[in-house]
Write a protein that binds this ligand. Structure first.
Ligand code: PMP
Length: 383
C-alpha cells in the first residue's frame, strides 16, 4: 500500500538518522538507569541526561536544573497546571485561552470540578490574544495564566514577552505550552515561569517531553507522580534516557536550520494558500496572516465539509482539527473560539508543512483541492 503524500505533520515523519544514532547507545550497550549511583552503567546514563539537560537549557535560555523530563507535553501541561493550582490555598482562579490545546483545557475543567475557578478567554477573530481582555478577566484571586506560544491548529503566535510582563506585573504565574513554536520560530521561552515541550513535534521520538519549572516556583508544584523521588521529587519514575537524548538531538537539529526552514516553509505555505485561493475562491484564512508558524495553513473552503474532503483525498495526509482529537468529528473548538459559526469550522482544513514537504507535495495538494472542491460544493447544495 502506498503512503499518502504528506503534507507533512511532524509526528508522521520517521526519526532522522542523526537522532537515531544519538539514541542508539542508550538502547543497546549503555542501557543503564541514571538513578543507579553505584556502577558505571548508571553513571553513563546520568552523564547522558546531564548533557541533554544542558543542551536543551541552552536552547531555551534557562538553567539546566529547571528542566523536568516527562512523557510528553500532555503530562507537562497537567503537571504545570494541576501541580501548581493544587498548592494554592487562597488564590484559586486560573485563566486560560479558549484556543488552548485540549491538554490544557481539560486540565482546567478538572480544576473547576475540583472546586477551583477558571475563566477561559476567547482570542480575537485573528487568533491573537487581547491583553486588555485578559487584564479584565484577571482578579486578585488569579494564581496562574496558561497561554500557548503557537497554536497547533491555526499556527497563530502569541506575544509571549508581553504576556510575561503583564503576568509579572499582576503577580500571576505564567505557564506556556510551547510545543508548536519550539524549534520552528524564535520565542522568548526563558520568560514564562513554566514551559511545556514535546519531542515528537520537533522530529524527535514520541512519548517524551519536558517541563521547565523556574526554581523560584518549584516548591509551589505538587508532584503528580510520586515514588522513587527522581527529578528532585517533582516527577518520580525512571527516566527515558534514549528518549531524552533523542529530544535534545532533535532540538539541536531544528535550531541549526531554524531560519532557513522557516523561510522555505513560509514560501511553500504561501504558494499553497495562493493556489487554493486561485482554484477555490471563496476561501478564508483562519488565523493571523503573518503572526503564524511557517509550516501551518488553516483554510475554510466555503461550501465544503472538511470530513468529506479528507475521506476522498486519499493521497493527502491532512486534518481538520488537531491530530490528537481528529478521531472525533466535532467542529474544531479553536475555529469556534475565533467567533465564527460552525460552518466555518466544518469547512476548515489544516495543512501542516514540515521538513519533508517539497514543492511537488504542494502541487499534489493543489491537485486534490482543485479536483475535489467543485464536486463537494455541488453535493452540499443538493438536497
Ligand atoms: N500541546 C500542543 C500545542 C500540542 O500540539 C500537543 C500535541 N498535539 C500537545 C500539547 C500534547 O503533546 P504530547 O503529544 O507530547 O502529549
Amino acid at each position: 500500500m502506498s503512503l499518502p503524500v504528506y503534507l507533512d505533520h511532524q509526528s508522521t515523519t520517521p526519526l532522522d538518522a542523526r537522532v537515531l544514532d544519538a539514541m542508539m547507545p542508550y538502547l543497546t550497550g549503555a542501557f543503564g538507569n541514571p538513578s543507579s549511583a553505584s556502577h558505571r552503567y548508571g553513571w553513563e546514563a546520568e552523564a547522558a541526561i546531564e548533557q541533554a539537560q544542558s543542551e536543551l537549557a541552552e536552547l531555551i535560555g534557562v538553567n539546566p536544573n529547571d528542566l523536568i523530563f516527562t512523557s510528553g507535553a500532555t503530562e507537562s501541561n497537567n503537571l504545570a497546571i494541576t501541580g501548581f493550582m493544587r498548592r494554592q490555598r487562597e488564590r484559586r482562579h486560573l485563566l486560560v485561552m479558549q484556543s488552548e490545546h485540549r491538554s490544557v483545557l481539560d486540565v482546567a475543567h478538572q480544576w473547576e470540578q475540583a472546586g477551583g475557578s477558571v475563566t477561559s478567554v476567547p482570542p480575537r477573530s485573528d487568533g491573537l490574544l487581547d491583553l486588555a481582555q485578559l487584564d479584565r478577566a484577571a482578579t486578585d484571586q488569579t494564581a496562574m495564566i496558561s497561554v500557548m506560544a503557537a497554536n497547533n491548529e491555526i499556527g497563530v503566535i502569541q506575544p509571549i514577552e508581553e504576556v510575561s510582563k503583564w503576568a509579572r506585573s499582576r503577580q500571576i504565574v505564567f505557564h506556556c505550552d510551547a510545543v508548536q513554536a519550539f524549534g520552528k520560530v524564535h520565542v522568548p521561552l526563558h520568560l514564562p515561569d513554566l514551559v511545556s515541550l514535546s519531542a515528537h513535534k520537533i522530529y524527535g521520538p514520541k512519548g517524551v517531553g519536558l517541563l521547565v519549572i523556574k526554581s523560584k516556583i518549584n516548591r509551589a508544584i505538587e508532584p503528580l507522580l510520586v515514588g522513587g523521588g527522581q527529578q528532585n521529587g517533582l516527577r518520580a519514575g525512571t527516566l527515558n534516557v534514549a528518549g531524552i537524548v533523542g529530544l535534545a538531538k532533535a532540538a539541536m537539529l531544528c535550531f541549526d536550520t531554524l531560519e532557513s526552514e522557516a523561510k522555505r516553509l513560509s514560501e511553500l505555505r504561501d504558494r499553497l494558500w495562493q493556489g487554493i485561493n486561485a482554484r477555490c475562491s471563496p476561501v478564508a484564512l483562519n488565523g493571523h496572516p503573518s503572526l503564524r508558524l511557517p509550516g501551518n495553513l488553516n483554510v475554510s473552503i466555503e461550501g465544503i465539509d472538511s470530513n468529506a474532503f479528507m475521506a476522498q483525498a486519499h493521497g493527502l495526509a491532512i486534518s481538520a482539527g488537531s491530530a490528537c482529537s481528529s478521531g472525533n468529528s466535532k467542529p474544531s473548538h479553536v475555529i469556534l473560539s475565533l467567533g465564527y459559526g460552525p460552518q466555518r469550522a466544518k469547512s476548515a482544513l489544516r495543512f501542516g508543512l514540515g521538513r519533508t514537504t517539497t514543492a511537488s507535495d504542494i502541487d499534489t495538494a493543489l491537485h486534490w483541492v482543485g479536483r475535489l472542491v467543485p464536486g463537494l460544493r455541488q453535493s452540499s447544495h443538493t438536497p
